[in-house]
Design a protein around this ligand. Sequence first.
Ligand code: SF4
Length: 56
Amino acid sequence: MMTNKNEAIACTVNNCTHHAQNENYCTLNKIQVGTHELNPTKVECTDCESFVNKAR
Ligand code: SF4
């Protein structure tokens, strides 16, 4: 499978359909980052909202 990794977006979430798989990069041109918290204070509070489960 050919993937066009975006070297500006490093990512290790290889469960995501947008992950380059062979390398730890995203293949999207841009991603949306957000939070599920009202008052985010830690890294765990942030989310890649462009994530799509590869296995669905
Ligand atoms: S969409 Fe988000 S989670 Fe998915 S590969 Fe790109 S940066 Fe990673």
